[in-house]
Design a protein around this ligand. Structure first.
Ligand code: CTP
Ligand code: MG
Length: 383
């Protein structure tokens, strides 16, 4: 018995109000589409995955699915029904026994729900996950309530919806162009019996901006192992014309001495991130003795540390940087550094803090011999 998951991702996501199709938006370091695909990749009974996309999104799709073992993407249509049809037609050669059709916009589908659908398919031709509704339901027209609906006769339909492949393909061919918003509607039209399994509240379809925020809250909450990393670095001045600090070049009558661009602030931040995931220090990853790092932009080092966090399934919750020097003054460059660091780490700028301080002319920083930087990073990892 073979089963293919068909994930439809060719919509425009207009109801989020964002300028970007919702399935390609990253929440906590991973796109919604990638989360949906991973849910099926991780299920042992799914043999293959086919994703239906819009041809306008090809570059986004390639980026979101790099290194993933899925079938070549199929181009969708103007309606969800058309997109599913195109996906099903692309599978005729593989001709699986079963297909699970899923909205890319439901990234939190669980292994247990996928299993429930598959079990039900052993004895039926179509399966639908449903949830009961709790609010009272009304009909209305022109802004006026026109009646009440008996809640006991209504359920909300979710995906994945499961089908015998040949039967749902035949239904799609028979009812082409009807623009039905789910596939069990087509199955019922074709006379197939539709069995019901229990859906899940968490398997909600991300539709509005509020859903997007709820999705982010859910993911952050699930990363309960909260780590703090600390970093410290010093570089001495030498004759020059500018210093690199926090990824920003600041004109100055000296430069910082070092093997790379000597961005002391990014080095402290890199060590803080490495510390949070207990991954050694910057020298372990980028030995100063290695000539490839000569003159290197420190953006490379901190990006690498951020990647190590992401590889552990973690997210960077916050970073706090203190740059210690008499000169150059940090204040005028604080906003630029904040934006640059947020950009490199792919986090919101309100999660990046950049501060400057002097040592009241005391010590090596006070004498203007060099710059020191301290950083603290808060990282959330899966438990
Ligand atoms: N979908 C599709 N092809 C379409 C329309 C929708 O593949 N022509 C997919 C969407 O990408 C989504 C799923 O069907 O994963 C459910 O659709 P919906 O939530 O309505 O998504 P969008 O159509 O993208 O959003 P909106 O209706 O707000 O524009
Ligand atoms: Mg839609």
């Amino acid at each position: 018995m073979t089963t293919i998951a068909l994930i439809v991702a060719a919509g425009k996501g207009l109801r989020t109000g964002m300028s970007f199709p919702k399935q390609y938006i990253e929440i906590a370091g991973k796109t919604i589409l990638r989360r949906s695909i991973d849910a099926f990749l991780e299920h042992p009974a799914i043999d293959n995955i086919c994703v239906v996309i819009s041809d306008a999104d090809l570059a986004l799709y390639d980026e979101a699915t790099k290194d993933l073992n899925v079938l070549p993407a199929v181009m969708g249509g103007a309606t969800r029904q058309e997109s599913v049809r195109n996906g099903l037609e692309s599978l005729t050669d593989l001709s699986p026994d079963f297909v699970l059709i899923h909205d890319a916009a439901r990234p939190f589908v669980s292994t247990a729900l996928i299993s429930r659908c598959l079990e039900m398919l052993e004895t039926g031709q179509a399966v639908l996950p449903t949830l009961p509704l709790t609010d009272s339901l009304k009909t209305f027209s022109d802004g006026q309530i026109t009646g009440s609906v008996n809640r006991d006769e209504i359920v909300a339909a979710q995906t994945p919806q499961g089908f015998a492949f040949a039967a749902i393909l035949a239904a799609h061919r028979a009812f082409d162009g009807e623009n039905l918003t789910d596939d069990t509607a087509l199955a019922a039209r074709a006379g197939l019996g539709v069995s019901i399994v229990e859906g899940e509240a968490l398997n909600f379809k991300i539709t509005t901006a509020a859903d997007m925020a709820a999705a982010e809250r859910h993911i952050l909450k699930s990363l309960g192992d909260i780590r703090t990393g600390y970093g410290f670095d010093v570089h001495a001045f030498e004759a020059g014309e500018s210093v690199w600090l926090g990824g920003v070049e600041i004109p100055y009558r000296k430069k910082l001495k070092g093997h790379s661009d000597a961005d002391v602030a990014l080095h402290a931040l890199t060590d803080a991130l490495l510390g949070a995931v207990a991954a050694g220090d910057i020298g372990v990853h980028f030995p100063p003795s290695d000539p490839v790092w000569k003159g290197a932009a420190s953006e490379r080092f901190i990006s690498h540390a951020a990647r190590l966090v992401a590889e552990k399934g973690g997210v960077i919750s916050h970073v706090d940087l203190t740059i210690i020097c008499e000169e150059p003054k940090i204040g005028p460059h604080r906003a630029a550094m904040t934006e640059k660091i947020a950009d490199i780490l792919k986090i919101q700028s309100d999660r990046v803090s950049v501060k400057g301080t002097t040592t009241e002319k005391l010590g090596f920083t006070g004498r203007g011999e060099g710059i020191a930087a301290q950083a603290v990073a808060t990282v959330r990892l899966p438990e």
